[in-house]
Design a protein around this ligand. Structure first.
Ligand code: 13P
Length: 339
């Protein structure tokens, strides 16, 4: 067995518990501040702390959420009563995770493309995060579709960085979530998104193999296969589900512990309906669930809007979305659950 296999497999299985998914609450400072600004919430560390306290203390969250991905700042924050967020989550039975990449930067000599940074010093940072209670991590690569892009080089450079990150995680007994996100921006077709997604995943798993990653101890966090958001054509739930599952069956080894989708800018109900549709066909070789950010949090953030009087209603909105997605992860969601 490779290094740390048992620990990694146990953690990955806990994250893929049936009927549960992962709460992505790891927005970087810039992204979190931008979302606050849209709702008229002041952009301060204290407001970010208040908001994240609301999320981690939501009653009943653990019924549908197996793990939470935190931003570094949040790993060290506490509730107003002084309890570390990490302890709140652990007491509820929610596994603590951490975003460890340093963001996507322009890829030199490749206009319009990006490479994710953050490998320097990652071994030491992972030790510190694991010491704080983090048992899994996330690294996001970003690729975009145009007529010419993504270039083969950008796909390979990002796949290699994802695999180097994953190897360092597994060395530190931390389960890597490997996230190659292909953005929805553009007017490309469903078929083009499927071709690009398939190519990217093939390259990512080739690199993961080269880097000796234990597939049973990692989780893939992909985009769904969708037409670009400016495409004049809308795809049916069934077409999206079929194109997405087909792409994964062609590229994702059955040994992978699980797949947990990002929502990528889809509306909350649509992200749920797509996930549900993927479970209507033949049984899949891997657990297939959600690791949404916006599609779990949007309504809660708007309801809260920075006002303590709305905390309870905001928490109910969060748990309601988690409940719908938990059902969708088992193919048991129905739109009537929205009421
Ligand atoms: P969205 O679900 O909002 O796309 O966020 C998920 C995530 O973790 C992006 O890195």
């Amino acid at each position: 067995m490779p290094l740390n296999a048992d620990t990694l497999i146990d953690t990955a299985r806990a994250l893929m518990a049936p009927g549960k998914g992962i709460l992505a609450m790891d927005e970087s400072l810039g992204t979190c501040n931008r979302r606050f600004a849209q709702v008229g919430i002041g952009q301060s560390e204290e407001n970010r702390r208040r908001y994240r306290e609301l999320l981690v203390t939501a009653p009943g969250l653990a019924s549908h959420i197996s793990g939470a991905i935190l931003f570094e700042e949040t790993l060290y924050q506490r509730t107003a009563d002084g309890v570390p967020f990490v302890e709140v989550l652990q007491a509820a039975g929610i596994v603590v995770g951490i975003k460890v990449d340093a963001g996507a930067q322009p890829l030199a000599a490749f206009p319009g493309e990006r490479i994710t940074e953050g490998l320097d010093g990652l071994r030491e940072r992972l030790k510190a995060y694991a010491g704080q209670g983090a048992r899994f991590a996330k690294w996001r690569a970003v690729l975009n579709i145009t007529e010419q892009l993504p270039s083969r080089f950008a796909i390979q450079a990002n796949a290699q960085a994802l695999a180097r990150y994953a190897a360092l995680c597994q060395e530190a007994r931390v389960v890597p979530i490997v996230e190659p996100e292909i953005l929805m921006d553009g007017d490309h077709s469903l078929a083009r998104c499927q071709a690009v997604t398939t190519e990217v995943l093939a390259q990512v798993f080739e690199q993961l193999h080269q880097h000796r990653i234990l597939l049973e101890g990692m989780i893939l966090k992909p985009n769904m296969v969708l037409p670009g958001q400016d495409s004049p054509v809308t795809a049916t739930l069934e077409a999206v589900a079929q194109a997405t599952v087909e792409s994964f069956l062609r590229t994702v080894p059955a040994a992978v512990a699980g797949i947990a989708f990002l929502s990528g800018g889809q509306s909350s109900p649509l992200a749920t309906a797509h996930l549900n549709a993927m479970h209507q066909g033949a049984p899949l070789p891997w657990p297939l669930t959600f690791s949404y950010g916006r599609a779990l949090q949007d309504e809660a953030l708007h309801v809260w809007a920075g006002d303590d009087a709305h905390v309870e209603r905001a928490q109910q909105a969060l748990v309601q979305r988690a409940r719908c997605n938990g059902a969708a992860a088992q193919g048991q969601y129905h739109p009537s659950m929205e009421n």
